[in-house]
Ligand binder design. Sequence first.
Ligand code: PLV
Length: 337
Amino acid sequence: MKSPLEECAKGEPFHIVTPLLESWALSQVAGMPVFLKYENVQPTGSFKIRGIGHLCQEVAKKGCRHLVCSSAPSSTASAGGNAGIAAAYAARKLGIPATIVLPEGTSVNVVKRLQGERAEVQLTGKNWDEANLRAQELAKNDGWVNIPPFDHPLIWEGHISLVRELKAALGAPPGALVLAVGGGGLLAGVSAGLAEVGWQHVPIIAMETQGAHCFNAAVKAGRLVTLPSITSLAKCLGARTVAARALECTKEFRIFSEVVEDAEAVSAVQRFLDDERTLVEPACGAALAAIYSGLLGRLQAEGHLCPSPASVVVIVCGGNSIDSRELQALKAQLGQD
Ligand code: PLV
């Protein structure tokens, strides 16, 4: 039997090729064929394993002996942690120990999930920035490497695989690609992927929630903006400053930055559950809200999108921090009961 390190040396990726399925229900709502890229079925529950798995493999090849990762912020029970889960999973597969640093208040389920991946969990600070400082401190230990959740060229390179899969499945370019933006790692990676497969003209609809809208703020200001705090419930979109590369992408690609309210993201989560029997977290609800809130139709009416596209792709980015009780709590908080 091969050791985990031998497996890694072979360069086998940790992500799987995810299904791309046409959704009858969402196509009805949008009035055009909507295809869903089901990243929630990745072994770690989100697309994050593509980029983070790739980065972890590369640092392991260079002799890293301990991985450190700080994951999304939290001030409520609806904490994030998808980057941390991806790093912990990759570390276990590589046979390298991992320490995941999360803000205090991170949900017990996320902590349990990380411990299940044999990671050491440290809860420090009020938000991701504070947890990240701690992670950077730990990474000063000899042989330890800090894995950032979104801002690294190798993470973007890892995310390119998603677009290669779209190209293989669809053949022809979609009329638009809808995705959620937190720190902009997915956006930067998908943009790189579009360039690689010759689809750089495909419009990207970059969705955020109000209160986690660091990309939209940067696009409007024409420079990076740091939000004073994250007030959105979509904690996994909660980077206070977007990656510089994400902002740069707006000059090279057709990117529409759009912001929805938490209520629209959470209502999209509920409608998606009913339509597709799949439960995702509000970070993903932000992307789905482009369909459910009629935004796609509006962009089309304004002449920004092709009038009758053969397909529109929504990246169902996934997420771990949700269950039926959590969805109920989010809805109650927003008066949606
Ligand atoms: N979540 C990261 C970073 O947050 C985390 O630590 O988990 N959809 C889901 C389900 C996510 O978990 C994330 C990122 C995103 C979308 C946004 O991806 P990004 O950060 O690459 O734009 C700050």
